[in-house]
Design a protein around this ligand. Structure first.
Ligand code: MGD
Ligand code: MGD
Ligand code: MO
Length: 688
């Protein structure tokens, strides 16, 4: 189907429009928006899409409340007060774009690498994400951004072990007889997988949750291993130990489809359940029992999620866990194996979308988004290059979500930094902008979506006209390109056409237009006969590529940067997983959802609370050398002794003292993938 057919699709004044949930969640739901007299009146799950199964989460079923929110940004704004004061005046689009273009041109004339884009997954769409924006920054020669803030440690680990971000087809979890839910609060952050796990449970499967927090998911599993944060690799190695000594191995699968078993065997034999139990804070008997289950149940599957890889050894942990299915030949069955992310299955034509050829011979430096605090404060130097002079933020709220907020805020507060923020709302980040440009929401623009928790493509058609003067991200970069004199035809491509460019011949657009989604054609059991997309074609227990980089070729347990017991002043380990009714920092400003969450909370074990004279509901100071954050203590059976949970990610300005939990997190990085270590953070807590 040509893009003309997509573009010809007009906005209905009345009717139903098929779309896609844009949020950063494995489920990527297909939804249907009901429009009456040009107004979206409700958003519902598309009943025809089996992964959505007609049901949306609480957050997205309130999507119209977000789109029509009284605080939606509807006009371009220019700063009038000091940086961060949040005081702005209304300006016209032409005035805003002319001034932004002039500022960027002047900086680019000196050194385009002084300009930095900052974006993440406010929308997961391929069009409103990195398409026109990347073309613009490539042509400009701006610094590149290493987009590491969420998943790069685990992603890199999958690439090194399985060959790509690939795994089981999610639908077959329903047929498994044992499911390990590992580092995932599925009920909160992967709801549509949880429905499949429930189906498996009704059919007799055992569910085991591995999580330092007793989450709502952990409560509903048969078994919960409440380990210390950042100790998963030790647990996985001890499971291997037991598989080996009890010979619960698939020798044929190992011989034909894996690499490095002998070396892994030697490593794993050093990890007795007793040794791992000591590290993990578990009982050796629990580890033995889990190994027996994994070794003797067929089919057996692991729903691994990104919670395990937000600590120093996160990459190694994912590598160790990803080895478990090959050891037992679990991959032979379509309901066996592991799924962390399915995003590597999609044939996206990124070169066509992002046009890296526009860089020509230039090779701009790359800045890691997870250390944006330090990088904004860094002076020019031969190693670093020029000081960052301009920042263009879209699809992200770094002042709230990036680690070590004290530094991030200090960087954004630089009066000599020129900051443009494309946003739907006046977030903590938008407060620091020189210009805020109002962005459309998913109901108002075209996009096309892959998923990381299933294997369908979902198309998003606009259901209503843009509210106020808001514009899609693509429109802003097209206009800036024109003002900077970029004449390549790719800067004129419209959004419907970009949807087609994303996959070209690789997707069935007629089906996408007709039903809103289309499935990739993949085998049910992708690695039943091996065929891993690694260099060796095998599941790589030992990775030559890692060894060549001077790293350990085998997975191992790496203690946290800030391991429990390593500091006398800060004895408590803090993790900060998402609050169920927010999506990262998105939805925090939707009052009905904020009312459910109540206020920023710190969950703490009764023993730890009593030792500090902290009563349930008391306001506490949570602090370390990086900063201090005040919130309300919830003495809670969800916390194990020694571990506290600062549920995220509140807007700073909606918190008790204008900060949030990232005031405490560090800019240290993971072992692989240069990722952040949000869940590797020691603190102390006192009554306020
Ligand atoms: N409702 C809701 N859904 C979301 C999000 C949201 O903010 N809210 N965020 C979305 C995004 S961006 C992502 S990346 C995913 C995140 O979802 P997940 O990939 O599931 O990751 P997290 O929510 O970070 O953590 C999941 C669980 O891991 C646990 N955990 C923390 N540290 C460790 C550890 O060291 N070992 C183990 N085994 N477990 C640990 C946490 O307690 C938490 O219960 O969810 C997406 N879905
Ligand atoms: N302490 C702690 N910190 C964390 C985490 C944690 O677990 N603990 N999780 C981390 C993880 S996993 C992630 S992924 C990051 C998430 O960090 P971000 O990707 O920054 O996610 P959000 O906080 O949801 O902010 C996205 C912003 O994009 C805006 N947006 C949405 N759609 C559009 C659009 O079409 N155009 C424009 N211009 N803007 C749009 C939204 O309004 C929202 O303000 O946070 C990380 N930070
Ligand atoms: Mo994420």
């Amino acid at each position: 189907m040509s893009h003309a057919a997509l573009a010809a699709a007009t906005l209905p004044f009345n009717g139903e429009v098929r779309g896609a949930c844009p949020h950063d969640c494995p489920d990527t739901c297909a939804f249907v928006t009901t429009v009456r007299d040009g107004v979206a009146i409700k958003v519902q799950g598309n009943p025809a899409h089996r992964h959505t199964d007609g049901a949306l989460c609480t957050k997205v079923s309130r999507y119209t409340e977000r789109s029509y929110h009284p605080e939606r940004l509807l006009h371009p704004l220019r700063r009038v007060g000091p940086k961060g004061s949040g005081r702005f005046e209304r300006v016209g689009w032409d005035e805003a774009l002319d001034e932004i273009a002039a500022r960027l041109s002047a900086i680019a004339a000196r050194d385009p690498e002084a300009i930095l884009p900052y974006s993440y997954c406010g929308t997961m769409g391929l069009v409103q994400g990195e398409s026109m924006a990347m073309r613009f920054f490539h042509k400009l020669g701006a610094s590149l951004l290493d987009r590491t803030i969420c998943a790069s440690a685990g992603g890199e680990a999958l690439v090194q072990t399985l060959g790509a971000k690939v795994g089981m087809k999610v639908e077959f979890f329903a047929e498994a007889k044992l499911i390990l839910i590992w580092g995932s609060n599925s009920i909160a952050s992967n709801l549509h997988f949880w429905r499949l796990a429930q189906q498996a449970k009704r059919d007799g499967a055992r569910l085991v949750c591995i999580d330092p927090r007793r989450t709502e998911t952990a409560e509903k599993c048969h078994e919960h291993l409440q380990l210390r944060p950042g100790t998963d690799a030790a647990l996985a190695l001890a499971l291997m130990h037991e598989l080996i000594v009890n010979d619960w191995l698939d020798h044929d699968y190992i011989a034909r489809h894996t690499l490095g078993f002998e070396a892994l065997r030697e490593r794993a034999l050093r990890w007795t359940p007793e040794r791992a139990a000591e590290v993990c804070g578990l009982e050796a008997a629990q580890i033995r029992a889990l190994a027996r289950e994994w070794g003797t149940t067929r089919p057996a599957a692991i729903r691994l999620n990104y919670g395990v890889q937000r600590a120093r050894g996160g990459g190694n942990a994912v590598r160790a866990i990803a080895c478990l299915p090959a050891l037992t030949g679990a991959w032979r069955h379509r309901a066996g194996g592991v799924l962390l992310s399915s995003s590597g299955h999609y044939p996206i034509d990124r070169a066509a979308l992002q046009r890296p050829d526009l860089l020509r011979a230039r090779r701009p430096r790359t800045i890691n988004m997870s250390t944006i605090g330090d990088d904004l404060l860094r002076p020019a130097s031969p190693e670093f290059g020029p000081r960052v002079e301009a920042l263009i933020v879209y699809n992200s709220n770094p002042v709230a979500v990036a680690p070590e907020s004290g530094k991030v805020v200090a960087g954004f507060a630089r009066e000599d930094l020129f900051t443009v923020v494309l946003e739907q709302f006046q977030t903590d980040t938008a407060d620091y902008a020189d210009f805020i440009l109002p962005a459309t929401t998913q109901l108002e623009h075209w996009d096309i979506h892959t998923a990381y928790g299933h294997t369908d493509i979902v198309l998003n058609r606009p259901a209503i006209a843009p509210l106020g003067e808001s514009r899609p991200n693509t429109a802003v970069f097209r206009e800036l390109a024109r003002r900077l004199g970029f004449t390549e035809p790719c800067f004129a491509e419209d959004d419907a056409s970009l949807c087609v460019t994303a996959f070209g011949e690789g997707a069935d657009y007629a089906e996408l237009m007709a039903q809103g989604f289309t499935s990739l054609h993949l085998p049910d059991a992708p690695f039943a006969e091996g065929g891993f997309p690694t260099p060796s074609g095998r599941c790589e227990f030992f990775s030559e590529r890692l060894a060549r980089q001077g790293m350990d070729g085998l997975p191992d347990h790496l203690p946290n940067h800030e391991a429990i017991g390593s500091s006398e002043r800060y004895p408590l380990a803090m993790i900060s997983p998402p609050a169920r009714n927010f999506l990262n920092s998105t939805f925090v400003n939707v009052k009905s959802l904020r009312d459910i969450e109540g206020e920023p909370l710190l969950e703490i074990h009764a023993g730890d609370a009593a030792a500090r004279g902290i009563a349930d509901g008391a306001v506490v100071r949570v602090f370390n050398d990086r900063g201090e954050y005040r919130c309300t203590a919830r003495v809670s059976p969800r916390a194990r002794p020694g571990v506290v949970h600062g549920l995220g990610i509140w807007w700073r300005k909606l918190g008790l003292d204008g900060t949030n939990v990232n005031e405490l997190t560090s800019q240290k990085l993971t072992d692989m993938g240069r990722g952040p270590v949000f869940y590797d953070c020691l603190v102390e807590v006192r009554p306020a």
